[in-house]
Structures are given as C-alpha cells and as structure tokens.
Design a protein around this ligand. Structure first.
Ligand code: FE
Length: 207
C-alpha cells in the first residue's frame, strides 16, 4: 500500500506532457496524420491487452516453475514471454488463494499495467472506485457481483508510476483437462484487476 506517485490528478506527468508535445509537433510537421494515434490505442485495447495478462496467468496455472518466477519477479517472468515495456517496467504479481483475495487500484490517478491489461476501463479511472475500494473493498467487490466469504482476507494494492500490479486469479474449478491455450480464453481483464473471480468451468458451456 502507499508508495510515491510520480504525478497527481489533473496534472500531466512528464511522460504525458512529452507525449502530447510530441504528438502536436509530429502533426505540425505532417509526420503524423489522421487517426494513427487512435489506431495505436486500438492496438492496446484489442491486441496487446488484456490478452497478454491472460497468457501469463494461464502459463502460471500450468507451469509451477513459471508461477514461482512470476510471483518472485513479475517483470522478469513477463519478459520471458515477450511482455514488457511502457507502463509495465516494474510489475508485481499477487496471487489469489482460498484465504486471500487481491484487488488493484491507483488511489491518486490511474496507474495501470498497459502491457499486460491494455487500456484501463473507465471505472478504474473514476474517483468512486479509487477511493471506495480502499475503504470498503468488500462492498465494492459485491457491486461487481463478487461475493467473498468473510474469512477471505482482501488485500488492496495501490499502484503507482513505479509499481504496477497483476492479480493472478485462482484457476477455475473444472478446468483440469484444458490445455494452456484454452485456459487463456477463460481469463478476464477484471479478474486480473481483482474485482471479479473466475466462474467454475463447465465443458460445452461458453461464457
Ligand atoms: Fe496513478
């Protein structure tokens, strides 16, 4: 919890200010045209994340050694499978168990692990989620239809420009016979933020 933020709400970080300045300069010089920036955003939304996170989670479920490396040093473990870069330089993976449930927030702004989860959902950036999930995580999770029993400890992780978190959700019941690439498809963005848990799997039933 806690940690220093490199920036504050309503204030551009150095990186944001630089990227805006760069974008206007490139437009002015005619080097950046049309909707290229939107296309980059699309790539982050649909191609890069949250599929990357799902790949890491499914691999951790089937490969104990990778799971151990992910929990020990997520940045390095993610790099093994080709995930890394902007907004994901220092990653920490936190594992859900029968006793502990993890959820991620950025209380000051909207720090988020882009390379693993793509773009943050709107609610993640909104003030109500950012303030309430710290004070009353159980109530906030219930609003996502996540009802945890009282004996499950909830840990809330506050992201910062230095540290981004990835929740390793529990492998769903009923997936013992599934291959890694089938498991990838079951992992949702929200389960990796920690606001939901993955439902039991029933062969032949698609979500
Ligand atoms: Fe932030």
């Amino acid at each position: 919890m806690g940690g220093n933020h490199g920036h504050h709400p309503g204030e551009l970080s150095d990186g944001e200010a630089r990227s805006r300045a760069l974008e206007s300069l490139l437009r002015e010089k005619g080097l950046l045209q049309g909707d290229i920036v939107d296309k980059i955003v699309d790539v982050y939304t649909s191609d890069i994340g949250p599929l990357n996170g799902a790949r890491a989670v499914a691999k951790a479920w089937v490969d104990d050694s990778f799971r151990a490396r992910l929990l020990d040093n997520a940045t390095a473990a993610l790099r093994e499978i080709g995930i890394g870069g902007m907004q994901g330089e220092y990653m920490v993976a936190v594992e859900n168990t029968d006793a502990v449930h993890n959820v991620v927030v950025c209380t000051l702004c909207s720090c988020y692990p882009w390379p693993v989860l793509g773009l943050p959902p709107t609610w993640y950036k909104d003030a109500p989620y950012r303030s309430r999930v710290v004070r009353e995580p159980r109530a906030v999770l219930a609003e996502f239809d996540t009802h945890l029993s009282d004996d499950v400890e909830i840990r809330v992780w506050d992201s910062s420009s230095e540290m981004r978190y990835l929740v390793l959700p529990q492998r769903p019941q009923g997936t013992e016979d599934l291959a890694e690439d089938q498991l990838v498809e079951l992992v949702t963005r929200d389960s990796m933020i920690g606001v939901t848990v993955l439902p039991d799997y029933h062969a032949g039933v698609t979500a």
